[in-house]
Design a protein around this ligand. Structure first.
Ligand code: ANZ
Ligand code: ZN
Length: 804
């Protein structure tokens, strides 16, 4: 069969692989290992091109490392809890569980059709009961260690549906389902104390330098947002204290710029600040002001940041150094959750304060001059800001007015979700014992399946049989927690679980030996959209499990590769734009190898990939040629080796070995960023040169090596060719024959006015005149009748003729 039929070839190999178990990790822990991990998908039911690209990159690594003799863990699973399943339930009346597992089955088939070499025996979905059991156990251990606590939080609330809304469900301030204006409501939520690990999470980023993309490290650093500054209080003026009925005497602020203290012209409070609530309650505000403040309070901090708004309050504070009265405002850009929810306003030196002052006609006092020294700052005038910061901080600390603090932007991780399709928070509320964790032997606490999911409130709250339980502490009747966990909780430890064989999943969290052996993940591949939250939570979780005695390492992901987006026509693929390329259609038309070759060829992993159907045809043509020309090679039993070659044959052989050398260099990261596109280009060049020759031994060796080099990228066709020609069932490590690279002859390009027209193969040590003569002869059809102005030789590379 000389005609390339990808569908027959691919189906054949996919079945062989499915039955052989060759992609399973071995339990021989004496072998060198590679843990290659691609971010697992949400089981939406159909994979998109972004997944295909992500998994094609991971699969290339896994296949290469198997070739060169490593024990490889290359698992896949499903991030299976979350809102879309519930939305499907609301829309189509199908149960989230059924919807999820049906989608998983479909996606498993798609992975198979793409030829990804995932381990089957380690696959799980995060909604599997065994996973919930371990995870609820972790939650309880964290609770007992003080790493989980409850705190009131402001949540988006739809008054009509009586339900909490996620930020994505608030559309222009309104409920996505019923268009009712959303309000903010305070409710107790569970938090994980990630801030306890802020310093370590920040500090260890430097160990990842060079192994993670610099951009991701910067994003993590900014997210943690360490800043050093001074916390101190402004006293309220006596009349203001009286107005507040002695409930408040001062306002605590946090500043990183105490050097600008003489430039303070106002104080701004967050809309949810307790002093603001006290004023509203005491009815000390005119109606318009009260109304405006209520509006700010009912807008989430995120929505508030679009346009600055403020309201002047009937209160004054006293400047701690000059005792001048300072007006106090409510400002929508001040965050309740940052610092103390209040700031000192310095419009001359802070952009946001400046905009706010301009809006409300607040005076501006410049206290740092154009040369960068303090002015109008009493005895501090003339100092640099750094000097003034030190001196003023010392002063405030000595007088007991303030203290230096390190502040982190990072906040504790709120994990409560008022949704059904998630892992239940394993807590019980008892009137006598308050909050009590479930007994470990009662885990997992599973979701009841007989629920009505209609989008109005959390269905668990309306399920009395589920809600009612006995207190694990005192045995009296109590109530179950109905909230479920943020799905990021599940994705924070799935990579640890893969290390452990399935047989143990019901019994324990991890096989400690296996965990030790496989960690850390040698290469983690995924979208840059997970650069902050998922990676931060996963790092945090690993540290917590380390401190609980499960894990013996600090950082889970040794190396990270973030792949670029897949675009079409320069734009992100989306249904509304109608520019979605469906993997299913591409697979049907071209098969997996062509799609994978194309994806690797058009752009290196970290760059954006702009889908182009014509370029795809180019990849299809190459594969067809690669397959059909393989019939020119001779079948043989042992790895062939070409000998006694003429110049052009030597050239072809050199290119084959160069491709092999490049392959090893790329996977070993001697060329960073896995530029598979250059590897494919090298193979194409090798094939081009090979086609100018007829030596059967050369052809056989070339195909032996090229199938090895390309197997990680286009596995089916390589297995097919290698099996037919060499009875090769498994790929083995290939060594570069360096003598093949040593060339007596080299290829010289001939360019005319800078444009490549031809090439010649000449002896490496050919002298200048002889080289020019040969080049002119080769290029005579472009030179005929023209005047040569200049002849330029770039040694070992090219000859350029400049014509008039
Ligand atoms: C006066 C000042 C003058 C400030 C100046 C900055 C520049 P980072 O560096 O990000 O930690 N701030 C304090 N609490 C706030 C809150 N709850 N909401 C919004 N902003 C708040 O930011 C610290 C700065 O953010 C603080 O320093 C404060 O403004 C503001 F030329 O104080 B600064
Ligand atoms: Zn009790």
């Amino acid at each position: 069969m000389k005609h390339y039929n990808p569908h027959t070839i691919e189906a054949k190999w996919q079945d062989i692989w499915a039955q052989s178990g060759v992609f399973e990790p071995l339990s021989d822990f004496s072998k060198p290992k590679q843990y290659i991990l691609s971010m697992f998908p949400y089981p939406s039911g159909a994979i998109h091109m972004g997944h295909v690209r992500n998994y094609a990159i991971g699969d290339a690594l896994a296949r290469y490392y198997r070739q060169v003799g490593y024990n490889v863990l290359h698992p896949m699973g499903f991030d299976a809890f979350g809102m879309p399943a519930e939305n499907a339930a609301i829309q189509y009346g199908i149960h989230p569980k059924q919807w999820t597992y049906e989608n998983i089955a479909k996606m498993r088939e798609e992975f198979k059709a793409l030829g990804f070499s995932f381990s089957k025996t380690r696959e799980f979905a995060t909604c599997d009961p065994h996973y919930t059991k371990i995870e609820q156990g972790f939650f309880i251990e964290m609770y007992k260690k003080g790493l989980v606590y409850q705190k009131e939080a402001w949540l988006n609330w739809c008054p009509k549906d009586k339900t909490v809304l996620a930020n994505e469900q608030v559309v222009e301030g309104k409920c996505w389902r019923c268009d009712t204006p959303v309000v903010q409501k305070q409710m107790p939520q569970y938090y994980l104390k990630i801030t306890k690990y802020a310093e370590e999470l920040l500090d260890e980023l430097k160990n990842l330098e060079g192994h993670w993309p610099a951009q991701v490290l910067r994003m993590q650093e900014n997210w943690i947002g360490k800043s050093q500054g001074l916390a101190f209080a402004f006293s309220l003026a006596p009349k203001s204290v009286a107005l507040l009925a002695d409930t408040h005497a001062q306002i605590e602020v946090f500043t990183t710029r105490i050097d600008t203290i003489y430039g303070v012209t106002f104080i701004a409070l967050a809309p949810g600040h307790p002093i603001v609530s006290a004023l509203l309650q005491g009815e000390h505000l005119d109606q318009a002001s009260a109304q405006a403040i209520l509006e700010m309070q009912n807008t989430s901090a995120r929505a508030r940041s679009i346009e600055k708004k403020g309201v002047l309050l009937p209160l004054y504070a006293l400047h701690p150094l000059t005792q001048e009265p300072i007006p106090i405002y409510v400002a929508n850009f001040v965050l309740e959750s940052y610092g103390s929810g209040a700031l000192m306003g310095v419009p001359a030196h802070d952009t946001r304060d400046g905009e706010f002052a301009a809006l409300l006609n607040i005076p501006i006092k410049q206290v740092i001059n154009e040369k960068g020294f303090l002015e109008h700052s009493d005895t501090y005038s003339g100092l640099t800001p750094e000097q003034a910061r030190e001196k003023l901080s010392d002063l405030f600390e000595k007088q007991g007015l303030g203290r230096r603090i390190t502040h982190y932007r990072l906040q504790d991780w709120g994990i409560s979700r008022q949704r059904y399709w998630g892992a239940l928070i394993p807590m019980v509320r008892c009137e006598h014992c308050k909050l009590v964790p479930e007994k470990l032997e009662n885990l997992p606490i599973l979701l009841p399946e007989d629920v009505k999911i209609d989008g109005e409130g959390n269905p668990l709250e309306k399920h009395p049989a589920f809600k009612a339980c006995l207190c694990p502490e005192c045995g009296r009747s109590a109530q179950r927690e109905c909230d479920t966990m943020d799905t990021f909780f599940q994705s924070s430890w799935y990579f640890l679980r893969y290390t452990t064989p399935k047989e143990l999943w019901d019994k324990e969290a991890f096989d400690p030996q296996a965990l030790d052996y496989w960690l850390g993940v040698d290469e983690y591949i995924g979208g840059v959209e997970h650069a902050i939250l998922h990676l931060l939570y996963a790092r945090f979780f690993t540290k917590v499990l380390r401190d609980l005695g499960y894990v013996r390492l600090d950082e889970p992901f040794t190396c990270l590769t973030t792949q670029g987006m897949v675009l079409k026509g320069g734009a992100k693929m989306s249904k509304s734009k109608g520019n979605v390329v469906s993997p299913q259609e591409i697979l049907e038309k071209y098969g997996a190898d062509i799609a994978r070759l194309y994806i690797h060829f058009v752009a290196p992993p970290s760059k954006e990939l702009d889908w182009n159907d014509q370029a795809l045809e180019g990849s299809a043509r190459f594969l067809k040629r690669f397959y059909e020309k393989s019939f020119l090679a001779q079948p043989c039993d042992h790895p062939p080796r070409a000998q006694n070659l003429n110049a052009i044959e030597k050239q072809a052989r050199a290119k084959v070995h160069l491709a092999l050398q490049k392959c090893h260099a790329i996977f070993a990261k001697k060329q960073p960023g896995y530029p598979f596109n250059t590897l494919i280009a090298a193979c194409m060049e090798a094939l081009n040169t090979l086609e100018k020759t007829t030596n059967p031994a050369l052809w056989s060796e070339a195909y032996y090596i090229l199938t090895h080099v390309l197997e990680p990228l286009i596995p089916h066709v390589c297995f097919e060719i290698a099996q037919r020609l060499f009875k090769c069932q498994n790929f083995k490590p290939q060594e570069v024959d360096t003598t093949a690279l040593e060339q007596d002859n080299i290829e010289i390009a001939i360019t005319i006015n800078g444009k490549k027209r031809a090439s010649i193969i000449v002896a490496k040590d050919l002298d200048r005149n002889a080289l020019l003569a040969q080049a002119k002869e080769q290029a005579h059809k472009w030179l005929e009748g023209k005047e040569i102005l200049k002849e330029v030789i770039v040694p070992f590379k090219l000859v350029n003729f400049v014509l008039r």
